[in-house]
Design a protein. Structure first.
Length: 289
């Protein structure tokens, strides 16, 4: 089986690529910069230059592929929803032109809302398009990435995090490596078909207050978290240089999942993964502080 992986150097993709190699697969890696693939890894993979927002390049890169791990790439323009739509056009063009039989899509908790969740709305549009393309599709509805804390490393170092979410509201937090493991198992499992939704919830739901307490214990100094108004967060995004549409998309990922939202899939044995935030902080965050 020929498997292709997009964003192979991303938080999930880098783990997934190595897992597939260890499973005996020689994956095709779609990347804008194949020269950045390490020499050691390049012996075991087939890197292909392709921009995921360019349908012709994606179609050419996935010729002969049986299964595809698809990730909409990070926004490359001031309008992230438009970027999601360009990526959606690419994956649908590739699936239809090359008759790719199986797709595993890296989506997000909140995509089930379809509208009103900021940047996640772009993932929802991709889900809907994939559902109609004729391939067998699994949507991985992932929780909040541990790695988002890397963007907050300066704030963690200063001892203060800010959020627009209630501090006592639990939500799923997950390690990207665990998402990669679920993705690898799904790609290698030939027993499923049709349309599937597979949530990836991490080991436990955590509140922001609990996250701050864990950070305090692991980084060696107090880390507090405070709730701020939506407008204050929006202004921070704009001052940081985000275009208005991007700031709204970022803010919407929190505000859209804030009031009464319940994930489509409840936490279960099938959605719970092992890596705990505490160990990830020690291994991945602390070296960046």
């Amino acid at each position: 089986m020929k498997i292709a992986v997009t964003t192979p150097r991303g938080n999930v993709g880098r783990h997934l690529t190595h897992m597939l190699v260890r499973a005996g697969v020689r994956p095709t890696l779609l990347t804008r910069h194949p020269e950045d693939i390490s020499a050691a890894l390049a012996e075991h993979v087939d890197p292909v230059r392709a921009d995921s927002c360019e349908p012709e390049q994606v179609v050419a890169a996935t010729a002969g592929v049986d299964a595809l791990y698809w990730v909409n790439p990070p926004a490359g323009s001031p309008d992230p929803i438009a970027d999601h739509r360009r990526a959606t056009e690419s994956v649908i063009a590739a699936v239809e032109a090359n008759r790719i039989g199986r797709v595993v899509f890296q989506s997000s908790v909140g995509a089930e809302k379809r509208h009103g969740a900021g940047d996640i709305d772009g993932l929802a549009e991709t889900e809907v398009a994939l559902d109609g393309c004729g391939a067998d599709v699994t949507h991985l509805r992932c929780g909040y990435f541990f790695t988002n804390l890397l963007f907050e490393a300066e704030s963690v170092g200063a001892g203060l995090l800010q959020t627009v979410l209630p501090l006592d509201a639990p939500m799923s937090w997950v390690a990207p490596r665990d998402i990669a493991e679920v993705a690898a198992l799904t790609l290698l499992n030939s027993e499923w078909g049709g349309r599937r939704v597979q949530a990836v919830h991490g080991p436990e739901d955590l509140t922001w207050a609990q996250v701050a307490a864990i950070l305090t214990e692991e980084v060696g100094h107090e880390v507090r978290v405070e709730r701020i108004a939506d407008e204050q967060m929006r202004e921070q995004y704009l001052r940081a240089g985000m275009p208005p549409a991007m700031a709204e998309a970022m803010l919407g990922m929190s505000t859209g999942l804030r009031d009464g939202f319940e994930p489509e899939q409840e936490r279960s044995t099938a959605t719970t993964t092992p890596t705990r935030l505490r160990s990830w902080i020690s291994e991945e965050l602390v070296p960046h502080l």
